[in-house]
Design a protein around this ligand. Structure first.
Ligand SMILES: Cc1cc2nc3c(=O)[nH]c(=O)nc-3n(C[C@H](O)[C@H](O)[C@H](O)COP(=O)(O)O)c2cc1C
Length: 172
């Protein structure tokens, strides 16, 4: 699929639906074995420090976490519902054990402004420059959030400045 860059403030989406549909988070460089991808469902889009920003949350147990730590960038990619099986695979298997990109049939494509790749099949690609990360303050978590951490593995929060928004050509 061809992608066209649009200004971030012309991105027309329902942010709650966007996260509900599941997305892929990809960090690393666009060379075989140098990036990893996983499904994400928790995050946010907004404006911080005057920049369009994306927030993602990654547990340290994820292989993707290693790439988030050593990378300067990441992409968030959204797909049509027919890719549900791919999102399932990316969210249930680890890149430590399987070449998930080969297994999924997705085609990595170079980003326009960052090292982390997107995917040709994505309906939307957000290119993000990692500019901040932080860990949860455990004592500040209310029970409704704490219940997600019975086994530890507390998410690390990453904030990325959205430096490019790419839409599949022909998408509304
Ligand atoms: C719908 C869905 C949403 C998910 N959201 C997140 C998330 O926001 N953060 C996270 O750390 N893991 C999340 N996961 C779990 C990872 O995608 C999963 O553990 C994956 O296998 C990690 O792959 P990796 O080891 O190759 O990084 C989600 C899984 C699914 C199925």
């Amino acid at each position: 699929m061809q992608h066209i860059e649009i200004p971030f403030d012309q991105l027309n989406l329902n942010v709650f639906q966007f996260w509900k549909d599941s997305l892929l988070l990809t960090a690393g460089e666009n060379q075989p074995g140098k990036f990893n991808t996983m499904t994400i469902g928790w995050g946010s889009l907004g404006v911080i420090w005057g920049f369009p920003m994306a927030l993602v949350m990654v547990r340290p147990s994820r292989y993707t976490y290693e790439f988030m730590e050593k990378s300067t960038s990441f992409t968030i990619t959204a797909f049509e519902p027919r890719y549900q099986e791919v999102l399932s695979l990316m969210g249930t298997r680890s890149g430590r054990d399987l070449d998930k990109v080969a297994a999924s049939g997705l085609t990595p494509v170079p980003s326009t402004k960052i090292p982390a790749p997107g995917f040709a099949e994505a309906r939307l690609i957000l290119e993000c420059e990692k500019i901040y990360n932080d860990d949860l303050v455990v004592t500040a978590l209310e029970e409704s959030a704490l219940k997600h951490y019975r086994d530890g593995d507390f998410h690390r929060i990453y904030l990325g400045r959205v430096v490019a928004v790419l839409k599949a050509a022909g998408q509304a």
